[in-house]
Design a protein around this ligand. Structure first.
Ligand SMILES: Cc1cc2nc3c(=O)[nH]c(=O)nc-3n(C[C@H](O)[C@H](O)[C@H](O)COP(=O)(O)O)c2cc1C
Length: 162
């Protein structure tokens, strides 16, 4: 089973989760960069209003071909209770997503708003099958049991016979 983890991260939390999922599943990481190149203030002053409006950023890579994978994981930071403009663009940039199993996660300060629901709806719109979603707070990022909950959605572990 091949896994691809597509994520955006400006301050490292979403990257940390993505890397741990990659390690546990043997998946490939694709980091999406927002070409706006925000400063910390810029993220709040310019990025957050764009996230609220559901806008798409200019991203690198501009095309994300996932046709060679069985399961696609999408990870977004929460900006103003929404997915980031980079993730809005990344979902639109996915090629070969139709009919694929997908799992969504977000990282936030504790108020994720409708981020997971929004990403799930975008993926469903693209013809993907959403298996589940996990919301991490900044503290959860380091918690093995939280990462395991996400990994279980990606790669169901065999039930122990003991
Ligand atoms: C512009 C901006 C807006 C944010 N908005 C929210 C929010 O609405 N709710 C929340 O709980 N955290 C919010 N946060 C905190 C981030 O979601 C949180 O730190 C997240 O883990 C960042 O992911 P990253 O380190 O991968 O970039 C915001 C952070 C930034 C920079």
């Amino acid at each position: 089973m091949s896994v691809c983890i597509v994520y955006h991260s400006e301050t490292g939390n979403t990257r940390t989760v993505a890397a741990r999922v990659a390690r546990e599943t043997g998946g490939n990481l694709i980091e999406v960069k927002d070409l706006a190149g925000y400063s910390k203030a810029g993220m709040y002053l310019k990025g957050a209003p764009k996230a609220m409006r559901g806008e798409k950023a200019d991203i690198e890579p501009a095309v994300i071909d996932v046709s060679g994978y069985d399961t696609i994981v999408i990870g977004s930071p929460v900006w103003a209770f929404n997915p980031t403009p980079a993730i809005n663009a990344a979902v639109a940039a996915l090629q070969g997503i139709e009919g694929k199993r997908t799992v969504v996660f977000c990282t936030s300060g504790g108020m994720p708003g409708r981020t997971l629901e929004t990403v799930q709806a975008m993926l469903t719109e693209r013809g993907a099958i959403v298996r589940g979603a996990v919301s991490f707070t900044e503290r959860d990022v380091q918690k093995t049991e939280m990462v395991n909950a996400l990994v279980d959605l990606v790669r169901p572990r065999p039930v122990s016979s003991v």
